[in-house]
Design a protein around this ligand. Structure first.
Ligand code: ADP
Ligand code: F6P
Length: 319
């Protein structure tokens, strides 16, 4: 294989640049050419493609976002769009493709692999919602961002004797809320994987107040409920003023953490090695401390296993 391509797709995630850098440098070190495809599948269908060299990826390992740009493309979900993408890859002489993204992006990668393009997937999303891998690139940086916010909200909430509902991202997955809630010492954690009970939170808030706790921090995974309604109900029932902070896209940015740089660097390099071995239709993951590869078919749609032990621990520690 002489020429490969690389794209990032779906929501950006800190550490994607580390993966791009590793893939580009590994390809060049092995005498291959590598082309960057801008703005995910959207850019692919438009032929927005450029030759990358060693300098294209200089000074990016520490940068959030993705230098390639990313997009969500509806057209690529159709057979026609996928065939156009495959045709453009072959017009540009691209024999192998690395796709960095989440579950949706992997479905696109699978479609291209089925159309004869050798394709490898690298998991990049802050949601950690891909069940075949323990962690996705971007997840740990997002946790750092959330716990930084939790720490600041703790300061002001304690000063005013308030509670705060902190809405975090995660799509349909509670990992970001759980891990950041545990690491940030949140008193209550609301995730899609568990029915939540307002009664339990009210009881915790009242119990905390009795023992002199001035704040009550609640992480709420997006989509589980309306943060303003939850806050209003808690305030009405406890008499404790309850604010809402929606962290939003701030969770997607920032310099990647060490873990995300390491995941990006190792996975980016491995993806090129797999293409050199003429492999296709594989997703790289990280399981029990090691890089693994599985058929992208097995990776797609595999829901992540919610860590019940961590959830129980977080609840026990916040009593
Ligand atoms: P993520 O990759 O983070 O899960 P999305 O679900 O938005 O993000 O998917 C990213 C892109 O992947 C979509 O905009 C679309 O171009 C492509 N994609 C999603 N689902 C499919 C599908 N079923 N078939 C082909 N491509 C898809
Ligand atoms: O998949 C990453 C993610 O940030 C989710 O947590 C969130 O639901 C979604 O993307 C937001 O998407 P957008 O940036 O398109 O608003």
């Amino acid at each position: 294989m002489n020429t490969i391509g690389i794209l990032t797709s779906g929501g950006d995630a800190p550490g994607m640049n580390s993966a791009i850098r590793a893939a580009v440098r590994t390809a060049l070190n092995n005498g291959m050419r590598i082309k960057g495809i801008r703005n995910g599948y959207d850019g692919l269908m438009k032929g927005d493609i450029y030759e990358m060299n060693v300098s294209s990826v200089a000074d990016i390992i520490h940068k959030g976002g993705t230098i390639l740009g990313t997009a969500r493309s509806t057209d690529f979900k159709n057979k026609e769009g996928q065939e156009r993408g495959a045709q453009i890859l072959s017009d540009y002489g691209i024999e192998g493709l690395i796709v960095i993204g989440g579950d949706g992006s992997f479905k696109g990668a699978k479609a291209l692999s089925d159309l004869g393009i050798k394709t490898i997937g690298i998991p990049g999303t802050i949601d950690n919602d891909m069940g075949y891998t323990d962690y996705t690139i971007g997840f740990f940086t997002a946790i750092e961002t959330v716990i930084d916010a939790i720490g600041k909200l703790r300061d002001t909430s304690s000063s005013h004797g308030r509670a705060v509902v902190i809405e975090v991202m995660g799509r349909n997955c509670g990992d970001l809320g759980l891990y950041s809630g545990l690491a940030g010492g949140a008193e209550s954690i609301i995730v899609p994987e568990h029915e939540f009970s307002i009664d339990d939170i009210v009881e915790k808030m009242e119990h905390g107040r009795k023992r002199g706790k001035l704040h009550h921090l609640i992480t709420l995974a997006e989509g589980v409920g309306d943060p303003y309604s939850i806050a209003r109900e808690l305030e009405e029932r406890t008499g404790i003023e309850t604010k809402v902070t929606i962290l939003g896209h701030v969770q997607r940015g920032g310099a990647p953490s060490s873990v995300d740089r390491l995941l990006g660097s190792t996975m980016g390099s491995r993806a090129v090695e797999l293409l050199l071995e003429e492999k296709t239709g594989l997703a790289i993951g990280y399981v029990d401390g090691k890089l693994i590869e599985v058929d992208i078919d097995q990776a797609v749609g595999k829901k992540s296993q919610f860590d019940e032990n961590l959830y129980e621990l977080a609840n026990n520690l916040s009593k």
